[in-house]
Design a protein around this ligand. Sequence first.
Ligand code: SAM
Ligand code: DTB
Ligand code: SF4
Length: 337
Amino acid sequence: MSNIRHNWTREEISEIYERPLLSLVLDAANVHRQNHVFGEVQISSLLSIKTGGCSEDCAYCPQAARYHTDVKVHALMKVDEVLAAAENAKAGGASRFCMGAAWREVRDNRDFDRVIDMVRAVNSLDMEVCCTLGMLTPHQAERLASAGLYAYNHNIDTSEEHYGEVITTRTYDDRLNTLSNVRKAGISVCSGGIIGLGESTNDRIGMLQTLCNLPEHPESVPINVLVPVAGTPLADNSRVPFDELVRMIATARIVMPHSAVRLSAGRLELSVSEQAMCFMAGANSIFAGDKLLTTPNPEYNADKDMFRILGLTPKAAFADGHPKSKQKANAMQHEPS
Ligand code: SAM
Ligand code: DTB
Ligand code: SF4
């Protein structure tokens, strides 16, 4: 019988989240062992291909034009620059390459044509290509799929109830619609959120409930800890206690047993032993490289040491098989009209 459920109640998730911490970690570790190669961690590399100047008001984000942060606006990069960055990431052990753009949504213009070329170029390196470009229409999702996009990242960020406290320029339903467009195009779905936005425990549980009750669980679930950035409205938020992060990861692991749970933004503030507990609790993916999109991340050598100390091994690209988008791209010569 499949252990995948799509009808989790808030009470059930809350019961898991509130278990005594070590019992929770042990339960999550058992689920992890049954469904994944224990100690195998997917390494993703991030690149900001278009930086800053974004029209949205996401209260956490250093790239929103309306907040005065130190982020410098940078137009869309050139394809060969992106390809060089992807080659470098692959040489450093990354199996997935994720390109992020500070856009509200994709527009059907020459910039999007260039992103399609980037997807094709990185795909030819035999890496899992991922993009996070904001909202997508069904046709845009199809174009990305046909170019060989493996995964699309689009976070729901928090619970439906708390969402309006953080972002007012687009709705929760907008986010869910894009996820549905991505899913229908056969692209692997990456969706999670952030803790430390001023949300309650109930909001954290609500966010997990939305994710685990989607028609199909996202293949990747990034759990970001807010990186507070000067100039953003959330710059002075207090740090999320470490045990809350562990609870979030362990609960995600139990309610979405097959998904990759990504220990995402916020790793710089965590010791190796704290990260070890996150891996015990079911995290099996990280962003590596000394920069996330605009904020710092642990250095290459620090992560290399961590993998050695903890006996972690990098997961190979396409170990879970090719999603429908990739099969389609391999079979297709031309884009959909
Ligand atoms: N503009 C696109 C969008 O919003 O979907 C793609 C890029 S956006 C920067 C990707 C994700 O990064 C956001 O959804 C959010 O979850 C995360 N993020 C942004 N700023 C962050 C911060 N300061 N701390 C933690 N996560 C952050
Ligand atoms: C995700 O969930 N986290 C990444 C990725 N998806 C795109 C982004 C984290 C951004 C942290 C703030 C910054 O570096 O600008
Ligand atoms: Fe723009 Fe994305 Fe940042 Fe929101 S999270 S301000 S949409 S770049």
